[in-house]
Write a protein that binds this ligand. Structure first.
Ligand code: ATP
Ligand code: MG
Length: 497
């Protein structure tokens, strides 16, 4: 009564919302779902069993269950539990509570580049948005306003805080698509389904749980997620249920209120989970090719240019092969045209090459990347890839020897290779570097000598150069054509040298 009165005073709706249908718990046995428990990542298995041994409920959840059910290889394994983040943290040696809007625990296994993170989320309670604290949508004020709140929405119903724990059926109702809302217990091998995810998976239907319009309003990022899943699953025959697909284009304007950093992350997921080209097709088909996020607009616009297309299909191929991909590499490809034109303009004004390139890069960052905080490393990597390109032209003296030792050599070289693939530079230059990077010291000297001779007036072009004399077999690194750079650990040439 008092609450209703206060809400009335604050001009909020009465709170007499209709309680949603949480769905009936259905336990599907292995004889029906046929998931092979051996395909569950051993670290995820360890997390589930540790939680269960401590007396909690724990399941593999979401995309991994969906993918296992569909015969796809899960990208990562998420775990859902009724343990609170603090309780989860207490059970593992290296576990970190992260996120404010949505607190979860990262349980970390392994070290360095080989490390793996299992994301553990606590079952979320159903959100009665009419009862939530309502705060202004303004990002800056809401941050301080939000401190200490567990559940908050802005005036349009967008959820700003979501940290109220609840039972599993409520957690299931909070998830996005029916096929993403299934839980798998590797111990009993039961799959738990509340919203007909099993049936939708069988019928190849992408269906939002609840009322799609309300769910997109609650979290507009679900619009981008819908595109991603459509791209990923349409080759398997998946189609949107009509109520789920219809509002996508018209509701896209709600994305304007979503923090830039979240949009940036979602854009990367769209481009880096192995279905970049298909996602761009989906965006076009759904009428979402413009307006989601400025940088994504650029990607879509350039997706048919040879260089960007090569970069996108290369990313898809690498993800398909289970190889790592670096966002810095892809974005460096997407924005290379801008860097080049800014650089050319400066060179035409007779500016010095290297500072001109630096300035052109600064300009591109200002115009295209903007103020997405926490992107320092990404920007530094992009800069390094670009700055390396003119250095590849210098194949004399000590330059090649120092360049090949640079930490990001592999990424820079892969970028060069991609440029050669689309005839932006001579293939022979990329071949030379491939050879140089895998050769021993003596053969490297030969290669440098050759390059010097080619440069001399009246010499042959690099294309017609003879193959260098090999004194020792090349190193183990394979600089596969156009492969995405991710540093020397990807088996790059610097290891073989
Ligand atoms: P992928 O295979 O690309 O990782 P995923 O379905 O696992 O796909 P994640 O982003 O890893 O996607 O999210 C894990 C799960 O969390 C989802 O399957 C879904 O159940 C839930 N989820 C994630 N984001 C949202 C959201 N914005 N709204 C509702 N549920 C979400
Ligand atoms: Mg996932």
């Amino acid at each position: 009564m008092i609450k209703k009165f206060i809400q009335k005073m604050l001009g909020k709706p009465s709170g007499d919302s209709v309680k949603p249908h949480f769905g009936k718990r259905v336990e599907v046995p292995v004889s029906v779902h046929s998931i092979d428990v051996a395909l569950v990542d051993e670290r995820a298995l360890n997390v589930v069993l540790t939680l269960q041994d401590a007396g909690f409920e724990a399941y593999v959840v979401g995309g991994a269950v969906r993918d296992l059910l569909l015969g796809l290889r899960p990208k990562d394994f998420d775990v859902a539990t009724d343990a609170t983040p603090e309780q989860v943290k207490g059970l593992f040696r290296r576990a970190f509570i992260i996120g404010r809007r949505f607190r979860i625990v990262h349980v970390v296994y392994g070290r360095g580049r080989e490390h793996e993170v299992i994301e553990v989320s606590t079952f979320r309670a159903y959100l009665d948005n009419t009862a939530a604290e309502q705060v202004s949508g303004n990002e800056r004020t809401s941050k301080s306003e939000l401190a200490g709140m567990k559940h908050a929405v802005d005036a349009s119903g967008r959820v700003l805080r979501d940290n109220v724990w609840g039972p599993q059926d409520e957690d299931a109702t909070r998830r996005d698509f029916t096929i993403n809302a299934m839980y798998y217990d590797p111990q009993s091998q039961y799959l738990v389904d509340y919203h007909g995810g099993m049936q939708d998976a069988k019928k190849r239907i992408l269906r939002m749980i609840g009322d799609p319009v309300a769910r997109y309003r609650e979290d507009p990022v679900r619009i981008i997620r819908a595109v991603r899943f459509a791209a990923k699953l349409s080759p398997l025959g998946f189609k949107f249920e009509s109520k789920t697909g219809k509002p996508l284009a018209t509701m896209c304007n709600l994305l304007a209120d979503v923090p830039q950093s979240r949009l940036f992350d979602e854009m990367l997921k769209l481009l880096q989970t192995g279905h970049a080209l298909a996602s761009i097709d989906q965006l076009k088909q759904l009428g979402l090719h413009k307006g989601i996020y400025p940088l994504l607009d650029v990607v879509v616009e350039r997706a048919d240019t040879p260089f960007v297309k090569a970069a996108l299909s290369d990313t898809d191929r690498r993800v398909g092969e289970g190889k790592p991909v670096a966002p810095s590499f892809l974005l460096a490809c997407v924005l290379w045209a801008d860097v080049r034109s800014g650089w050319d303009a400066r060179l035409a004004r007779r500016e010095h090459a290297s500072p001109a390139l630096q300035d052109a890069i600064d300009e591109v960052f200002d115009a295209r990347i903007g103020d997405v905080s926490g992107r320092g490393k990404l920007a530094a990597d992009m800069r390094e890839i670009w700055m390396m390109q003119p250095r590849f032209e210098k194949r004399v003296g000590s330059t090649p020897f120092s360049l090949v030792e640079q930490a990001r050599f592999r990424a820079g070289f892969d970028f060069l290779r991609l440029r050669a693939e689309v005839s932006e530079i001579d293939v022979a230059l990329a071949d030379w570097w491939q050879e140089f990077s895998t050769a021993d010291d003596a053969s490297r000297e030969d290669l440098v000598q050759q390059a010097k001779e080619e440069k001399a007036p009246g010499s042959n072009s690099p294309k017609s150069r003879r193959a260098p004399r090999r004194r020792k077999p090349a190193g183990t690194g394979s600089a596969g054509s156009g492969s995405m750079g991710s540093g020397p650990s990807s088996g790059g040439p610097t290891q073989g040298a």
